[in-house]
Every structure is written in C-alpha cells, then in structure tokens.
Ligand binder design. Sequence first.
Ligand SMILES: Nc1ncnc2c1ncn2[C@@H]1O[C@H](COP(=O)(O)OP(=O)(O)OP(=O)(O)O)[C@@H](O)[C@H]1O
Ligand SMILES: [Mg+2]
Length: 266
Amino acid sequence: MSNKIEIKELYFDYTGKKKTYSALENINLEIKEGEFICILGSSGCGKSTLLSILNGLNKAKSGKILIDGKEISGPGVNRATVFQNYSLFPWKTVKGNVLFGAKQSANRKNYTKEERNKKVIGYIERVGLLNSLDKYPFELSGGMQQRVAIARALALEADILLLDEPFSAIDPKLRLELQELVSRLSKEHNKTVVFITHDIDEAILLADRIVVMEPKRIKEVLSVNLSYPRLRDELVGRKDYELLHKKLISLFYENISNDIDSEVIL
Ligand SMILES: Nc1ncnc2c1ncn2[C@@H]1O[C@H](COP(=O)(O)OP(=O)(O)OP(=O)(O)O)[C@@H](O)[C@H]1O
Ligand SMILES: [Mg+2]
C-alpha cells in the first residue's frame, strides 16, 4: 500500500514576543493509505500542534508534510478535522453545520440537492441527533456539539480524517457507539485517520498503529495486530491485548511521571 501521509523531520515552535517555545522536534512518520493511526500522549506533549500542521492551520518551521506525494502548504478538502473544542458555526443549526461540510466536499457536484440532503440527514442520524436538527450549538451539550462536528467531518467525504480527542466529552455508552461508527466507516470508505487520544483502551480499539508521544517527540510506534471489528468485551482477557495494554501503560505513565518530575520545583 502506498504512503498517504509522510511527515519528514518536522519541527515547529510557537514564537511569542519574548520567548520561543519548541513544541515539536524531529517528527518522522509515514502513514499508509487507509491506515488508522492513534496518537497517544500526555497533556502538552504536542499532539494538537501536530494535528494543526497536518490540517494546514499551522505551517512547519522546518521539515515538511507530504500528502499523496505533494507537500502541503495549507488546509485542503482532502482533510476533514474534528477539533478538540468542537468549533461549530454558532449561527448555523445542527443541519446547517453538517450541510456546510457536505457543500465543501470534493464530491459535491456528483449529488443532486435531494441526494445531498439525504446524506446530511443520514450522517446526523448516525451520530444520534435526528431530534436536534434545528437546534443551534448553544442549545446543545458539549457531547452533542462534538457529535455534530463528527457528522460535519464525515459529510466532507475527505480521504483523510483528523480527530483531536473527539470523544473525550461524551458519555461511555455513546462513546463506544461512536468509536465503533468511526472505526467501521473509516474501514468501509478506506479513510486514512489520525486520531488523538489520552485513552489507552480507545487507542487499542481503533488503531492499526499507535504512536506514543513524549513531549515534543515520537517515543515509540506500536502495531496493533488484532482483527476488526474489535469489541471491547471480547478483547479483555486475551493475552495479546493484555500485553499491548501493559506495554502502553508503561510507556504512557513513564512520560507522565517524567513530565511531573520536570515541573516540580523544590
Ligand atoms: N498558541 C500557543 N502559543 C504558545 N505555546 C503554545 C500554543 N499552543 C500550544 N502551546 C504549547 O505547546 C505545547 C504543546 O501543546 P499542544 O496543544 O499541542 O498539546 P497537546 O498534546 O495537544 O495537549 P492536550 O492533551 O492537553 O490537548 C504545550 O506546552 C503548550 O503550552
Ligand atoms: Mg490537545
């Protein structure tokens, strides 16, 4: 399978008036077409920054990102992003927000208005919000807003889905349903997905490979060789699952304890 995304020697810093803070250093990663990558790492290690460069909102200070072999220079309709903070249009209803996604789709010309409407309603149904079609974001809970953001991203029908902790504000039952939905849709439509999470179980449930980050850098990349669909109840107790889980816990908590150590001033 060919590489969909190539990240080469990426460096990024935030430059303020007085200080420069390097947020990412020497990031290298190749992502295959149709691959589901989870990025796991503690708070502040640079996950959202990396996603913002993949999305095109921020530009690499050095190094580059290639998509389908071409260097990116800004946002594009081949990438749909679900941000950590929902970022819906406050003046549009649920339906209006998702319709906006559909109108940006590179495939938009292939559909009649009726077909497009049907698709939009279908995506809203899949995230369980049919009863809230005409509500505005301020009338929705955080979890509901995030579901609208997911429906809007799906409506864009982009090859690449970039998701920044999309389920962190969603209750456990719905979270499981949405995890299954994103996993199934990404496989059915051969999407290439970069999904950020703090949650080890979520990463194992979804990912083909898990990229564990430490502050500014990639610490380790692990393959998840468990067949799909993965059902949480069936995974628990399996030896391969338990081993991977243990390994991730040690990698993840080692980072967290290092972070805490570096912040403690005696
Ligand atoms: N606009 C900004 N200006 C200056 N520094 C920033 C800015 N945005 C992020 N940072 C810093 O860059 C580092 C990485 O931030 P980032 O938001 O990428 O972390 P993260 O891994 O997504 O964390 P979280 O899990 O809490 O969302 C942090 O130390 C943060 O303080
Ligand atoms: Mg973040």
